[in-house]
Design a binder for this molecule. Structure first.
Ligand code: MN
Length: 513
C-alpha cells in the first residue's frame, strides 16, 4: 500500500452546452480516457478521480463544495475542453479551499490536417477555453499551478506528480500537531515565531507539552520493551564491543536512550502528533542523582534521529517551524529513494571554489541520508542540562545534489527560503562523532551563504536529495507564502532587489501575509 492511497485528486472538465449534448457526451468520454491514461501512466502517485463535466455555475459550485468537504480530496485539476465561460466558475472558485491545478492540455495531440472540420474543433478547443479559465483565475488572484502539455507527455505528467505530492503533504499539514517538549532555546530569534499565524498560513498546530507529561509515558515503558529495542539496534547498526557488552556504560546509555525513544513514540502516538521539538535544558527533573529522579539521563538524540526516519517532524531547541517543515519534506518524498533530514549549519570550510559548509548537529541528523550503515556510538556531550555520555548514530551523508529549505517569520509574513546544494565527500572526522553532511550551496559558497543570510535564513534547514525546487514553488503557491530561491542563477545584486520588491509586494497584499 502506498502512503498516498488514502488520497484522491478530483478532475473537473469545464464545458458548456453551446455545442449540443452530443459534444458534451464526447468530451465526457475523452475526459474519462485522459484520466484513465494519467492513472495508468504510473507517474502520478495519487489517484485521479474524474468528477464529470461542469456546464453551469451551479454545477461548478456543487463540485467545489463537495471537494472542500471530502477529506480524501487533496486538490482539484481543471481542464477546459472548450470555451467554458469563466463567469460560471466565479462562485465555485470563491468557495474552493483545496489546491488547484489548471492543466492546459487537449484530448487530441496533433491537428488532423486533412480531416479537421468544425465538429473536430468543437471537441478540441482548450486553446481558447483554458485562456478564458486562466483569465478568471488571474482576475481573482487565485493561487494555482498551471501545467502545459499533452496529457500523454511524461514531462507534463511529472509536473502534475510534483504538485500531487505537495498537495498530499499540504493535506497532511492541515491535520498536523507538533508537540513542544519544553520551550524554545532561550533568546534564539530565528527559531521562534508566531504560532497563530503559522496555523493560519501553513495549517499546522503547535502545542506545548510539559516534560513531566512525557515522563509519565517514560515511567510506563517496560524493561522487556527496551531490551527488544536494544536488540533491534544491534541488528540495524554497526556496533563496537562496548555497545554490545551488557556490563558497559555504553550499553546502559544505549538502553536508556532506547527507553527515551519508546516514551517519545508512545506520547506522539497517544496524542496523534506528527512531530516534536526538544530542548536540551529541559529533560525531566534537575536532580539526576536523586533516588526520585525521573527524566532522561541524556539528550534523546538517538530517538530524534530514528523518529525522523519514521516520518516524525523534528526540530532541535524548540524549533517548531523546522519540525513541521521536516514532516512536510518527509511526507512529500515518501517512496522516493535518497532521503531527507533536519540539518544545521555547523562549521565553514574555506577552500576556494570548493568552499563548503559542514552540516551537522549535536546529534539529531536523520539516518535516511546516510551513505553507509550508521554506527551506534556513545560519547560524552557537554551541552545542556545533562553533561553525560550520550548515544547517537554516526554517519556521513551520501554525495549528490539536493534542495534545502527553511521558513522564517518576518514579523508580517512567513518567508520560505530555498537553496540548491550539492553534498560532497568530506574528510574523516575522527574527533567529531556525530552524523554530518558537507555541502556547497548554489551558486557558490559565497553567494549562496550571502543570499541566505540576507534573506534572514535559519541555521536550521530541512534537506532532501529527492525533491526539486518545483516542490517548494508548488508549496509556496498553495500556502500563498513568499518564497525566495537561491540557485545557480542567483547574484547578490538581483537577490537584494528581489527581497526589496517582495517587501513592497507583501505590504500591499496583506491578505497573503
Ligand atoms: Mn540547532
Amino acid at each position: 500500500m502506498s502512503a498516498f492511497d488514502n488520497f484522491e485528486i478530483w478532475w473537473v472538465t469545464g464545458a458548456q452546452l453551446l455545442y449540443g449534448g452530443d459534444a458534451v457526451v464526447a468530451v465526457d468520454g475523452h475526459s474519462k480516457e485522459m484520466v484513465d491514461g494519467l492513472n495508468r501512466s504510473g507517474n502520478i502517485p495519487v489517484k485521479i478521480v474524474y468528477k464529470g463535466t461542469a456546464n453551469s455555475s451551479r454545477e461548478v459550485e456543487a463540485i467545489m463544495k463537495a471537494a472542500n468537504n471530502e477529506e480524501k480530496c487533496i486538490g482539484i485539476i481543471t481542464w477546459m475542453h472548450t470555451f467554458s465561460p469563466a463567469k460560471m466558475w466565479i462562485h465555485g472558485l470563491q468557495s474552493l479551499r483545496k489546491p488547484l491545478l489548471h492543466f492546459h492540455t487537449q484530448y487530441n495531440a496533433e491537428i488532423p490536417w486533412d480531416t479537421m472540420d468544425m465538429d473536430f474543433m468543437n471537441l478540441n478547443q482548450s486553446a481558447h477555453g483554458d485562456r478564458e479559465f486562466g483569465h478568471i483565475c488571474a482576475r481573482m488572484r487565485l493561487h494555482r499551478k498551471v501545467v502545459v502539455g499533452h496529457w500523454k507527455d511524461v514531462e507534463a505528467q511529472k509536473h502534475i506528480a510534483v504538485w500531487a505530492r505537495v498537495a498530499a503533504a499540504w493535506a497532511d499539514a492541515q491535520d498536523m500537531l507538533i508537540l513542544r517538549f519544553g520551550d524554545q532555546m532561550n533568546n534564539v530569534a530565528v527559531t521562534d515565531g508566531d504560532k497563530v499565524s503559522a496555523e493560519q498560513v501553513m495549517g499546522y498546530h503547535v502545542d506545548y507539552t510539559p516534560v513531566s507529561e512525557l515522563m509519565e509515558y517514560f515511567k510506563k515503558v517496560s524493561d522487556s520493551e527496551v531490551d527488544a529495542l536494544v536488540s533491534e539496534y544491534h541488528k540495524l547498526y554497526e556496533c563496537g564491543a562496548d555497545i554490545l557488552d551488557k556490563n558497559s556504560v555504553a550499553y546502559k546509555k544505549v538502553w536508556n536512550a532506547a527507553k527515551a525513544e519508546l516514551a517519545l513514540r508512545a506520547i506522539l502516538k497517544a496524542k496523534g502528533a506528527k512531530g516534536f521539538t526538544t530542548n536540551f535544558d529541559d529533560l525531566g527533573t534537575d536532580d539526576i542523582k536523586s533516588d526520585k529522579f525521573v527524566g532522561f539521563d541524556q539528550i534523546p538524540g538517538l530517538a530524534s534521529q530514528r523518529l525522523m526516519a519514521e516520518g516524525y517532524g523534528f526540530g532541535a531547541e524548540g524549533d517548531w517551524k523546522s519540525a513541521a517543515l521536516y514532516r512536510t519534506v518527509w511526507f512529500m518524498t515518501q517512496g522516493m529513494p535518497t532521503g531527507c533530514s533536519f540539518l544545521e549549519d555547523y562549521t565553514l570550510n574555506f577552500d576556494g571554489a570548493r568552499s563548503s559548509i559542514l552540516q551537522a548537529h549535536m546529534l539529531e541528523i536523520c539516518p535516511l541520508i546516510a551513505a553507509n550503515k550508521p554506527r551506534l556510538e556513545v560519547h560524552f556531550l557537554g551541552i545542556g542540562i545533562r553533561k553525560e555520555q550520550t548515544a547517537r548514530l554516526v554517519f556521513t551523508s551520501k554525495v549528490g545534489k539536493g534542495v534545502t529549505a527553511t521558513v522564517v517569520d518576518m514579523g508580517n509574513r512567513f518567508r520560505l527560503i530555498v537553496n540548491d546544494v550539492e553534498c560532497i565527500k568530506p574528510k574523516p572526522l575522527p574527533k567529531l562523532p556525530v552524523a554530518s553532511a558537507l555541502w556547497i550551496p548554489a551558486p557558490d559558497f559565497k553567494t549562496g551563504a550571502g543570499a541566505w543570510i540576507l534573506a534572514g535564513g535559519t541555521h536550521h534547514s530541512c534537506f532532501s536529495y529527492d525533491i526539486t525546487p518545483e516542490f517548494w514553488q508548488d508549496y509556496a503557491e498553495i500556502a500563498g507564502m513568499e518564497m525566495v530561491h537561491i540557485n545557480e542563477k542567483t547574484t547578490i545584486e538581483d537577490f537584494k532587489k528581489e527581497l526589496r520588491m517582495n517587501e513592497v509586494y507583501y505590504l500591499l497584499n496583506k491578505s497573503l501575509c
